[in-house]
Design a protein around this ligand. Sequence first.
Ligand code: BMA
Length: 308
Amino acid sequence: MSKLERYAKNPILTAEDVPFKVNSIFNAGAIKFQNKYLLLCRVEKPSGISSLVKAWSEDGIHFKVENRPVLTPENHQGFFEYVHWGLEDPRITRIGGIYYILYTGYSANEPVVMLAKTTDFKAFEFLGPITEPINKDAVLFPEKIDGFYWKIDRPQITQYEGDIWINRSPDLLHWGSPRRLIARRKALWDGDKIGASTPPIRTERGWLMLYHGVRTIGMSMIYRQGVLLLDSENPAKVLGRSNEPILSPEMPYERQGDVPNVVFSTGWIPEPDGTIKIYYSGADSNICLATTTVDYLLSQCDPVEDSQ
Ligand code: BMA
């Protein structure tokens, strides 16, 4: 395979596949757990408030959604005030035997990044907000680098503007040494807002991850996916960035839905043969699959100028 291919029968999950009443299912974190593919999906209830539900698969394509959400605003005792309007857009990172979930807590306090951890995806420990508002689209690196945990997130200047930042922590709770990782590129596909999409994976050339870029045209905000390559030893150093998106809304299920013209990924699963399954959502209304190779994504990373 030389490039990225959408699964022919996309979308792989829609609201009709959810065994309880929802408006939509989208933006799933993804991981392999006990030899199965696990998606932790955002489900928006008819009320408009989102929770997170698990969906399981043997082959990474055909998923069965569980009967009820596993993470809800109501089960966030002690932290309800940060999530009472919903839990959104989970990203999963495994460090050793522990699975960490970074997700958006939405409330009257505006969006913050929340952290929870689990070893079995049944019992979860809530560690609460790990940023101030407004911040979202956070991903955690899967190992310590230079003695620290590292995360990437997106503090927002306004509702419509924000760059991607990186910071580090000795304990996953206290974060510091923030650096701006990459900025928006005015007039390009990622000119108005950017954010981390998938947790970084280690490759022979550095840390590889997907990010999303937004370009606003008239009333329309178009969300696309690009790639970033970061230095293995110093992830605050950017080695590569795609000048063109690797995935753009083209298909009807990406163009039409609750938010038109959106492709948005929050999870991917690398396979031992060098292929990688990218789970993404079209138009905030479904879950889709695209497959590519790590080599192809690396080939899409263009050299960067210091000013980026
Ligand atoms: C982002 C987040 C995502 C959403 C995307 C596209 O800002 O709110 O949850 O999928 O916009 O609408």
